[in-house]
Design a protein around this ligand. Structure first.
Ligand code: PNS
Length: 166
């Protein structure tokens, strides 16, 4: 069977342990996994796209089959450019389904040859989202168990998080 490339797209602002868990699962299924960071997905991002790409490259350096790229425009066009046959998306709870199904159906309409593959993260990350991580951090609580250490360090470097004493 020929090798299969998949795209794992998202905003990744910031990358969480849930994202990392999905990437690890994707690596077991696909020969090549392109993590695609969408440019301009949020009006007031915590991290620039360049910072997100850099962090994801650091976090994913242990997986030779993972590449991290930024993209703009339609996901289906990006997938076609990198030769992907599948899009990987994480589904955490029933509440994710509506949005994910809408996207998957639209992407299928735009590119019928591209399959969307949904995977569940580990149960421990089923409640985790970048939005909540940002909120918890900005309101002064630690996020060490929610994001990779590289990301936590950068969040602290940005400021606005919990005060570290001693
Ligand atoms: O992590 P997110 O923010 O849920 O990821 C959403 C993302 C980046 C997958 C989605 O917004 C996307 O694919 N945007 C690119 C534009 C596009 O293709 N839109 C039509 C999809 S139906």
């Amino acid at each position: 069977m020929s090798s299969v490339t998949a795209v794992y797209p998202g905003s990744f602002d910031p990358p969480t342990l849930g994202h990392l868990d999905l990437i690890a699962r994707g690596c077991r299924l696909f020969d090549r996994l392109i993590v695609g960071v969408l440019r301009n997905s949020e009006k007031t991002p915590l991290f620039s796209v360049e910072e997100r790409v850099q962090m994801l490259r650091e976090i994913c350096r242990c997986w030779p089959q993972v590449e991290v790229q930024e993209f703009d425009g339609l996901l289906v066009d990006f997938a076609s450019r990198v030769g992907a046959r599948a899009v990987l998306r994480g589904i955490r709870a029933i509440s994710d389904y509506e949005y994910e199904f809408q996207m998957a159906w639209m992407n299928r309409r735009l590119a019928p040859e591209l399959e969307t593959v949904f995977m569940m993260p580990a149960e421990a990350y089923s409640y985790l989202s970048s939005r909540l991580v940002k909120e918890v951090f900005q309101l002064g609580r630690p996020v060490a168990e929610l994001v990779p250490p590289e990301v936590e360090a950068r969040m602290h470097a940005h400021g606005g998080g919990p005060q570290v004493h001693g």
